[in-house]
Design a protein around this ligand. Structure first.
Ligand SMILES: CC(C)(COP(=O)(O)OP(=O)(O)OC[C@H]1O[C@@H](n2cnc3c(N)ncnc32)[C@H](O)[C@@H]1OP(=O)(O)O)[C@@H](O)C(=O)NCCC(=O)NCCS
Length: 274
């Protein structure tokens, strides 16, 4: 990928001067977007060490895309859109089920077995096999969602484009994210973990283990935890207030599935809940 990477970095150095007329830059950027769309490239991935590696040159290509495309009109039945980026297509070949009202932008990657209820997946996002993106959930730009994850109704996974080296939100394999959770700014949920409905997680929210009272991280729920939103007392000159935290109420065994979540998967397999 060496040459392409170098060229994208060079185009990005001149991003302020980029216009749709710059066909050479457009060709390079389109190549990156096509590779993202097919899953040959990713914006970020979890290394075997557990660290999140961000390929910032790929993100730079996405930023360039907005400069290199003018607005184009498109229509679907009575609906009209005006946007710079294309939508994804060819779902049958990809083995992805898409319920009317769902849209994903070209340059996001959806693995086989993904189900999109009416929801939105932005460019640069990567969604693993068997994952369910439930109704009104949003997967922000560059977010990395693992295999067999359930993003329940209304979940907001934040997008991270700039700066190019910013770590995106990572939801690891088998996680269950309860309804209306908001996970933003490079926060992370580990493998098999369950986040209770309505939890807010960002890199400054403490994650506290209820069994010990210990703050285990900020913005990172470890693997195989059941965690819910809670409040912690804070003293300010103006008085005592209660700020949110994420409380780990249970630790599961590696590979274990929470009973309530198991029920959800069962309903999904039999098409009851979808
Ligand atoms: C997180 C969850 C799985 C916990 O279930 P559980 O392990 O059986 O835990 P319990 O229901 O026994 O609750 C444990 C404690 O956490 C509290 N709690 C449960 N869910 C909570 C939530 N979302 N936020 C804050 N506190 C919560 C309970 O009140 C209970 O407190 P208590 O010990 O004082 O009684 C479940 O409550 C939840 O939020 N599920 C997600 C539902 C959802 O989004 N479904 C989507 C369908 S598509």
């Amino acid at each position: 990928m060496g040459d392409l990477e170098e060229r994208i970095n060079a185009w990005h150095d001149q991003i302020a001067n980029m216009t749709p007329e710059n066909l050479e830059a457009r060709r390079d950027v389109e190549l990156v977007i096509a590779k993202l769309d097919d899953g040959q490239l990713r914006v970020a991935e979890v290394a075997p060490s557990g660290e999140v590696i961000v390929h910032d040159w790929v993100k730079k290509a996405i930023m360039l895309l907005f400069r290199l495309h003018g607005l184009e009109k498109s229509e679907a039945g009575p609906f009209e859109y005006l946007d710079k980026l294309e939508l994804k297509y060819d779902y049958e070949r990809r083995g992805v089920r898409v319920v009317p009202g769902a849209s994903a932008r070209r340059g996001s990657f959806l693995s086989p077995g993904v189900i999109l209820m009416p929801s939105f997946v932005n460019i640069g996002a990567w969604v693993g096999p068997g994952t369910m993106v439930d109704t009104w959930a949003t997967v922000g730009s560059c977010a990395q969602i693992g295999a067999n994850v359930h993003l329940a109704g209304g979940v907001g996974i934040g997008g991270v484009l700039e700066p190019a080296n910013a770590v995106p939100v990572v939801i690891e394999d088998g996680a269950f994210i309860g309804s209306r959770c908001m996970i933003v700014d490079g926060a992370r949920v580990g493998k098999g973990s369950v986040l209770g409905a309505g939890t807010i997680l960002n890199p400054s929210i403490p994650v506290i283990d209820a069994a010990t009272g210990e703050e285990v991280s900020r913005g990172h729920v470890p693997d195989y935890c059941v965690a819910v939103t809670a409040n912690r007392r804070r003293e300010y000159p103006g008085g005592e207030f209660f700020l949110p935290c994420v409380l780990i109420i249970k630790r599961m065994e590696q590979g274990e599935t929470h009973d309530k979540v198991a029920l959800n998967s069962l309903l999904r397999e039999h098409g009851v809940a979808t």
